[in-house]
Write a protein that binds this ligand. Structure first.
Ligand SMILES: *[C@@H]1O[C@H](CO)[C@@H](O)[C@H](O)[C@H]1NC(C)=O
Ligand SMILES: *[C@@H]1O[C@H](CO)[C@@H](O)[C@H](O)[C@H]1NC(C)=O
Ligand SMILES: [Zn+2]
Length: 447
């Protein structure tokens, strides 16, 4: 299962013994920091055939320069999970995991003003590249924050892990999911996971405590075929269109809640038609004087964990695809927004979850502002960790930034990127130093 196991132990011992101010260290100058980000952006980890070999080498060499322990684990052949560790001084405390995915989605080269694999920085300081927002930025920011903390002489109490996982953009089954359900992960004794978030146009960072579950629904109708000139009840088209009308009304009601501001994007059930398949093909298009006996439609539905799942399932079975109207339905994908015990898959955002509070405090300490906690509208690897019952927070430090994930001309401004490193510095400090109340040197002996 494990292909390589490299341990890079403190080749630069001096750095540890003599804490230097960050800027006195040439490796920590802004131009070096940006240059490392550019190098990562230039590695072609584009789906469907990402170059994981080069990205793995790059991350392992970064780990080496930081004296982190490192290993590349192939749970699935040629799909390495790169795991780095900064050991904490107290091995009894559970650890902290910072996750990021190494793959990126494809792009239309001709629609970009700068090459998508170039890492070009323009005069405004915008760094262009596929993955500059999603989420090579975050992976590198974790490393740069560690670089600064090491240079300042900081020592973590809890162990800090970084996972660089493959295949998030195609579902994460061979990446984060394998890691989450592995013995390696059990041995890591993780207590909190950070994963990706989204940019905001204003000055507030966005924090995500849950995500919507994708349900890909296909409904099929059957009906009596007949002459196209004849009016009769219960054709397949009529049966299907009754459902489509009902679905369209539901979609509008959810969209109205969003438009009126009563609910946020993460709180409504979104429904979008993905395809409509009907008609009898002919050499010139479709047969026009025949009412077909079958028709179908597909929908991409996203269900928040806070929704009433039972009544929504009932709606699908009774209103959208009722057997009484000769309809059937199936799910091409149906991710449950609940955990194994039937509880909504959400990370607590109140004082019951010290990690949430610590996160907010750490961001504020680094002069960051935070918006209202949100539900992520797409899917991320965080769900695999939440499924295990772990708290997982989605966060990418990108304020004042347009949403360009999966879009043309994806970029992140240099100043915003550098600020994000300071924010992670503050978070890592707070997280790896956190000792729960009542937990001290005395109680440790009782373990
Ligand atoms: C990057 O990888 C993709 C395959 O995932 C390939 O189609 C594309 O040509 C590659 N681009 C470059 C510049 O190597
Ligand atoms: C359902 O199909 C049956 C058999 O083809 C037909 O008799 C009936 O009228 C159909 N009902 C509806 C509502 O389409
Ligand atoms: Zn992503």
């Amino acid at each position: 299962m494990e292909k390589a196991c490299n341990s890079h132990r403190q080749p630069f011992l001096l750095l540890h013994l003599l804490p230097l101010p960050a800027l006195a260290n040439p490796a920590a100058s802004p131009s070096q920091i940006i240059s490392r980000f550019q190098q990562y952006l230039q590695i072609n980890t584009t789906q469907p055939s990402p170059d994981y070999q080069t990205s793995t080498q790059f991350i392992l060499s970064q780990a080496g320069s930081l004296s982190l322990e490192s290993r590349a684990i192939e749970f699935v052949k040629n799909k390495p999970v790169v795991l780095l560790k900064w050991p904490g001084s107290d091995p009894f405390l559970p650890s902290v995991l910072l996750n990021s995915h190494t793959d990126v989605v494809s792009f239309e080269h001709s629609k970009w003003i700068h090459p998508p694999l170039g890492g070009y920085v323009d005069r405004r300081g915008d760094i262009f590249g596929r993955g500059s927002q999603d989420m090579k930025c975050v992976g590198m920011q974790y490393l740069e924050a560690i670089r600064r903390l090491k240079a300042s002489g900081f020592r973590p109490k809890r162990s800090l892990y970084l996972s660089f996982v493959p295949d998030e953009e195609i579902g994460g089954n061979d990446g984060a999911k394998k890691l989450a359900y592995s013995d390696v992960f059990k041995d890591m004794n993780v207590e909190i996971v950070l994963d990706e978030g989204l940019p905001s146009l204003n000055e507030n960072y966005r924090l995500f405590y849950a995500e919507k579950a994708p349900w890909w629904l296909v409904i099929k109708s059957n009906g009596a075929p007949g002459h196209g000139a004849k009016l009769y009840d219960n054709s397949a088209m009529e049966n299907l269109f009754k459902s489509i009308e009902s679905i369209t009304r539901f979609r509008a009601s959810q969209f109205d809640l969003l438009k009126s501001g009563l609910k946020s994007e993460g709180e409504v059930i979104s429904v979008n038609m993905a395809f409509l398949k009907a008609g009898t093909p002919s050499p010139t298009g479709f047969v026009m004087n025949l009412q077909p006996s079958e028709a179908e439609a597909g929908f991409d539905i996203r269900v928040p964990p806070t929704a009433d799942i039972e009544s929504f399932e009932k709606r699908i079975a009774e209103e959208w695809a009722p057997a009484s109207r000769n309809m059937t339905f199936e799910f091409k994908q149906k991710v449950t927004p609940h955990d194994d015990l039937g509880r909504p898959l959400v990370t607590a955002t109140d004082s019951s979850n010290p990690w949430w509070i610590l996160m907010e405090e750490a961001i504020k300490k680094a002069n960051g502002k935070i918006g209202k906690p949100e539900i992520f509208s797409g899917a991320t690897d965080a769900r695999y960790f939440r499924q295990l019952g772990l708290p997982a927070i989605g966060f990418s430090p990108m304020a004042n930034t347009p949403y360009l994930l999966h879009d043309h001309n994806e970029f992140l401004n240099k100043a915003e990127y550098l600020r994000g490193i300071e924010v992670y510095e503050s978070i890592i400090k707070a997280y790896t130093s956190y000792i729960p109340p009542g937990r001290d040197g005395v109680s440790r002996d009782e373990l």
